[in-house]
Design a protein around this ligand. Sequence first.
Ligand SMILES: [Zn+2]
Ligand SMILES: [Zn+2]
Length: 413
Amino acid sequence: MDTVNSTETEKKMMERLQKLMEITESHICLHCLGRRFADSMEGPGNLLRGMKLKEEFSLSPESPCAVCGDIFERIDDAVEAARSRIDALDLEYSSILVGTRLPDDLVEGDEQINRKLGIQAECIKKELNREIGKRLAGELGCRADFQNPDLVVMVDFRTGLKVWIQINPIFIEGRYRKLVRGIPQTKWPCRRCRGRGCEACNHTGKMYSTSVEELVSEPVLEASRGRDTRFHGSGREDVDVRMLGRGRPFVLEILEPRTRNLDLEALEDEINRRAAGMVEVSGLKFSSRNRKVEIKNTSRERYKVYRALVELEGPVGEDDLMKLETLKVINQRTPLRVSHRRADKVRKRRVLDIKWNLKGEGCLELIIKGEGGLYIKELISGDHGRTSPSVSSVLGVAARCTALDVLEVGDPP
Ligand SMILES: [Zn+2]
Ligand SMILES: [Zn+2]
């Protein structure tokens, strides 16, 4: 035998072969045979190993296979079923991954034989997945991808033959600018009816007529022919706060897209055309699940620059304003306005820089660079003593933020 070099190996193989034929009473297919000699014979593939063994040792294995019940003969049917299912869905894809479901006793029986032989061999599921995947990818003209496939094809052999297709999401990242006040970042269901539609929400089911999420996702959903989208921002601004400058990073996840090869430049134009004056996106590019997590979780690490208009309840002079320089480390107890949904605790957040411009009697413009997580409205008002020190406390007059813009969301260090 050309693939066996030493007589010692050959002896071991003979013993294994003999035992295997005994256990199965010679009822074994060439796949289930070859799979148990991958450690001592060259392939490619278990079927070829099985064929070589059969020839070399003049075996006459019988059907049906005691291990798999001749399941490998059903590959044609499985490939055909998967192909017609995929064709019917009218999908765009370039890679697939095949998974199979097998009866438990079949998988267990396969492992038990390996234990009796005292060997480690590939499990039957792995071989079936690979064989079906190879065949199906060939017929569909796409790649088999084990890491990040566009489609996952599940073939269930347990009762009859069932096939279902999982269409994996695509991710698009970019930055958005929100040019107007009064729209939330994400779709906000009506508090009273929780989205079903009622008098209070004008039967829209929403608190606000639109959102950054809706303005961005609708054109994307149309182009991708997806089922739904999920919007993931790197933090969020309040409804009444504009997001200017370079914008805020976000990732849009598109669930079950039927078109994947999107022209992102055209899509960017289309979003900006439809949302003109309200929302603007830039730098759209294909992204990943890892980036989604990264972008969501790095908001705290990103410094922010704000412009705030402040109404003061008493007069202050330029000398008083110098005291704003003392705002460095701020003890901030969870603001009253969010205390119903955030844990009540005191956080230390730093003001990294503060500049001011007295606009007139009782009106101040502030440019504040702050650590991620610093609440600006409360930094200004003091939030009834919950934020200390504050603009109000150092100036000695009541102060209120009347308009707020985010000018920059920094990159994480
Ligand atoms: Zn078999
Ligand atoms: Zn409602």
